[in-house]
Design a protein. Sequence first.
Length: 252
Amino acid sequence: MSDHPKIELQGVSKSFGSNHVLRDVSFSVEPGESMTIIGGSGCGKSVMLKCILGLMDVDAGKIFVDGEEITGMKAADHDRVRAKFGMLFQGGALFDSLPIWRNITFALTQGRHKRSSDMRATALENLERVGLGKEVLDLRPSELSGGMQKRVALARAIAPRPEIIFFDEPTTGLDPIRTDVINKLIVELVKDLGITALTITHDMGSVEKISDRVAMLFEGRIIWSGPVSELRHSGDVHVDQFVQGRAEGPIS
Ligand SMILES: Nc1ncnc2c1ncn2[C@@H]1O[C@H](COP(=O)(O)OP(=O)(O)OP(=O)(O)O)[C@@H](O)[C@H]1O
């Protein structure tokens, strides 16, 4: 096993004009760890993910993946590093024109000829990991409930067996029971497949279920980070206000 963090940010800053979205952000995620970033709407979580994926340049600082610096990397090398990442998008982002099995195997077939029978078998294996079965293989996403679509999106995210998965608001729009099902699946998959997870979410229930460690972004800075067990005893008034979901406090 590598002795480098899976992902490391060192002093990353990013501004849009006078909007200083990320200010000297540093943190690392260890291999196999589940790290969650919390913070209010617009605090820079998505910008941070784009910088890590090399989809956006940073103004200052360095980002490493498996000890390899990706900031300033050539496009071809970026593609190679990006292949380590999977993504569960907010809302699932399934292709409604394709049946479920093609949605799940989409990334596996890009630019390569694969036998349909093999891809259906792969789709089924991944569907079974998220508690679904062959009855949904030939359906379209719109024929499934929101919770089932989330499971399919999860099956698609794990199908290429990425080393790292980004979960962007993985439980948004789900009722509390389906939220719990997805949280449990995330925990199981990350553990069983040895995936490193970086999640951004507002949902405190998810944070407490799926994270090993948590970091809070506020006004472009990481103002607190620590094990999830310490989140409710952080001693930081901003973290307390966010965790307890109070309107009153330093965050307006
Ligand atoms: N391409 C861009 N050009 C200019 N400003 C941008 C760009 N992308 C993001 N921003 C700004 O950066 C800030 C952070 O946006 P970001 O999308 O990262 O927030 P977020 O924390 O993911 O929010 P949410 O939780 O609502 O999704 C916002 O003020 C946004 O307007």
